[in-house]
Write a protein that binds this ligand. Structure first.
Ligand code: NDP
Length: 319
């Protein structure tokens, strides 16, 4: 075995991973954080593609997502966390020290903290994929700028959809929210803001069945189906923003760590312990219920403290 053995290896650099890094670094565990690029091709997780964070305690005026993540990272670096910017493509937790591979390089560690988060879900339409970055997006803050003064659509009825619609309304000529039911899932305050905005309108009980126009190489319309009447219509638009929820980034742990039916990593109740002692999961990859930056950070703290205790116990046993 060639790789040096780390005490704590953290996979992922959202609020969970970076909080784990701060705690592990301050406990003198010299953590290595492999910060992946799964969300939007940049490290830092979902907050990197979020506009305003208004509910993270300590920021009474609110803070931009990327700015907040920079602060998290600065704090982790202040205590000498080391970073590698790569996606992990394989792990082996069958023997110790645990093995992690990223871009062909092998890493070995006494403990592993998994904080790989979750990613945006897509509708699953063939042309949606073909027109990605050509008018189809899952991130208004990343791509909204390209649709200034244009007519765009947002699919979804949750807080993300309302947030995307409100952000786009500040840039675009019009925003049409297309939702498959006639009531929104979003919080009352977000619903009220979106419904009150003069540039935002709603199409209810409707799904997107196709995105046009692959031949033109750009989005110029959507084929919609009313789920109550079955009627199909063409809706002209220049952009489609998909905001229908998330899936956990847990593919690489399939068959190795216990997962639920949706792919979320399973942790023992009240802990961040996976089915393999010494391997911890924190943040959105193990949480389909709360999914908040502050809860992710809390579980990141739990993971680092658990790793610290486990290392101490192992060292005591081996002494
Ligand atoms: P949600 O799961 O809350 O909402 C997803 C929405 O997309 C639902 O309205 C759902 O419809 C719809 N949907 C799902 N799959 C499909 C599909 N295949 N076709 C069409 N529509 C579909 O996800 P969000 O990302 O909106 O929010 C996740 C969590 O993050 C929530 O807890 C939310 O409160 C929180 N959040 C908070 C924010 C804030 O406070 N600023 C901002 C963003 C998120 P249906 O309703 O019919 O199920």
């Amino acid at each position: 075995m060639s790789a040096e053995v780390e005490k704590v290896l953290i996979i992922g650099s959202g609020p969970a991973g970076l909080t784990a890094a701060v705690y592990a670094a301050r406990a003198n565990l010299n953590p290595l954080c492999i910060e992946g690029l799964v969300v939007g091709g940049i490290p830092g997780g979902q907050l990197m593609i979020t506009t305003e964070v208004e509910n993270y305690p300590g920021f009474p005026e609110g803070i931009k997502g990327p700015e907040m993540m920079q602060k998290f990272r600065d704090q982790a670096e202040r205590f000498k966390t080391r970073f590698v910017t790569q996606d992990v493509d394989r792990v082996d937790f069958s023997s110790k020290p645990f093995g992690v591979w990223a871009d062909g390089k092998e890493y070995r560690a006494q403990t592993v903290i998994i904080s790989t988060g979750a990613s945006a879900k897509w509708l699953g339409l063939e042309n949606e994929q073909k027109l990605q970055n050509k008018g189809v997006s899952a991130c208004a803050t990343c791509d909204g700028f390209f649709f200034r003064n244009q007519d765009v659509c947002v699919v979804g009825g949750g807080d993300t959809a309302m947030e995307e619609a409100l952000y786009l309304a500040g840039l675009c000529k019009s925003v049409t929210v297309i939702h498959r039911r006639d009531t929104l899932r979003a919080s009352q305050i977000m619903q009220a803001r979106a419904k009150a905005h003069e540039k935002i309108s709603f199409i209810w009980d409707t799904e997107v069945v196709d995105v046009l126009d692959v031949e033109a190489g750009t989005v110029n319309g959507l084929k919609l189906r009313n789920l109550k009447t079955g009627e199909e219509t063409l809706h002209p638009t220049e952009g489609l923003f998909v905001a229908i929820g998330h899936v956990p980034n847990s593919q690489v742990f399939k068959g190795i760590l216990d997962q639920d039916e949706l792919g979320y990593l399973v942790t023992k109740p009240g802990t961040v312990e996976t089915n393999i002692p010494g391997v911890y999961a924190c943040g959105d990859v193990q949480d389909k219920l709360w999914r908040q930056a502050v809860t992710a950070a809390g579980t990141g703290c739990m993971a680092a403290m658990s790793a610290e205790r486990w290392i101490a116990e192992e060292e005591f046993k081996g002494a």
